[in-house]
Design a protein around this ligand. Structure first.
Ligand code: NAD
Length: 330
């Protein structure tokens, strides 16, 4: 569909992914004309993008085709990523570094050539140094703690490199960039099986698949801490950042820190089931992590507030439905 002359145009890269697909819906609701690009269409719904290009952003020719004008807003979410099982096993390190860096290099080059109103880049809490996240009760993820850098994964190093890539284009070419460090975004229509799913979805799936009174497995001792942000609040933060004069990097995450055992309890409550937990070895990541929300509150006058319990209830309902559909079709 051609762009109407009145609407603002947004380009969403990674529009077939979890956050990108939700973002397209949000931007359409705000009246944007949207072009989405991804290796694949969304897994669980039809895209609302006006145009959706299936293609590989590692390919410069594809980037030339999809970034063919000055978009008012570009959202760069495309990355080779997954949950702990994908990022921390070490088996995917070369792909993660190479593929995501190549996407970002191509995108920034095309945006430099054509100009861009504002470019959003989704960085990650995984950039924070491991030594500040050893105490599960007191992790330090304030934005300025990123340096001296020591992320615990190649995924984090690539994100840090790409933050600097975009920031250098701001410095040398005046590109208007906005950078957020997402902390564990979750919600309906996210990957829930197959190895790339993250902790909230994996937990909801395990609980949904297990009969009341049964047992689920959790990687590690379950005392590692994290916070999880519901998708709607993530998008609210992204849109507020894009509309602000603050370029970041800034955390977009929840500061409601829980242990993984507590996360399991929330999923069980949502299911109204009582299950026992067996702790097994598995890839873990840092010992503790929580979003520090002082900077976002100061710069945007806003911070996420939705209780984790509510987000897990909504996500559980969706995953439970997916599990039931999968079981009946077997
Ligand atoms: P996702 O995996 O669902 O979405 C990423 C999308 O990028 C996928 O649809 C994938 O097909 C696409 N992609 C990968 N390689 C591509 C390529 N070569 N060409 C075109 N498309 C390609 O992940 P998400 O959860 O939606 O995350 C979106 C962004 O936010 C990512 O950059 C991720 O690193 C970042 N992030 C997410 C979280 C989170 O908790 N979900 C946390 C921190 C950072």
């Amino acid at each position: 569909m051609a762009q109407s002359t009145s609407s603002k145009a947004a380009l969403v890269l990674g529009a077939g992914g979890f956050i990108g697909n939700h973002l397209v819906t949000r931007l359409k609701g705000e009246g944007f004309w949207v072009r989405g690009v991804d290796l694949k269409k969304p897994d669980f719904s039809t895209t609302e993008a006006d145009e959706f290009v299936v293609g590989d952003l590692r390919d410069q020719a594809l980037c030339r085709t999809v970034i063919d004008r000055e978009f008012q807003e570009v959202y760069q979410l495309a990355a080779d990523m997954g949950g702990a099982g994908f990022i921390f096993s070490g088996e995917n390190d070369a792909d993660i570094m190479h593929n995501s860096a190549q996407i970002n290099l191509n995108v920034v080059e095309r945006c430099k050539t054509h100009g861009v109103g504002r470019l959003f880049y989704s960085s990650s809490a995984c950039i924070y140094p491991e030594h500040n996240q050893l105490d599960p009760d007191n992790p330090d993820c304030s934005e300025q703690s990123a340096y001296p850098a020591d992320p615990d994964s190649e995924y984090g190093w690539e994100k840090l490199f790409s933050e600097r890539l975009f920031l250098s284009h701001r410095r040398n070419h005046g590109m208007e960039v906005r950078i957020a460090r997402f902390h564990n975004i979750f919600g309906p229509m996210g990957t829930w099986q197959g190895g790339r799913e993250k902790a909230p979805a994996a937990m909801c799936r395990k609980v949904a698949e297990t009969p009341d009174g049964g047992e689920i497995e959790i990687w590690g001792d379950g005392k590692q801490t994290r916070s999880f942000l519901y998708i709607d609040e993530c998008l609210e933060g992204v849109r507020r950042l894009m509309d602000s004069d603050f370029m970041g990097p800034v955390n977009i995450g929840s500061d409601e820190m829980v242990t993984i055992n507590q996360l399991a309890e929330l999923a069980m409550d949502a299911a109204n089931k009582k299950l026992s937990i067996r702790h097994i070895d598995g890839p873990l990541g840092v010992r503790g992590r929580n979003s520090d929300n002082h900077l976002i509150a100061e710069k945007l006058g806003w911070r996420p507030t939705k209780p984790l319990r509510d987000g897990i209830a909504a996500t559980y309902a969706w995953i439970d439905h997916c599990v039931q559909v999968a079981q009946t079709s077997q």
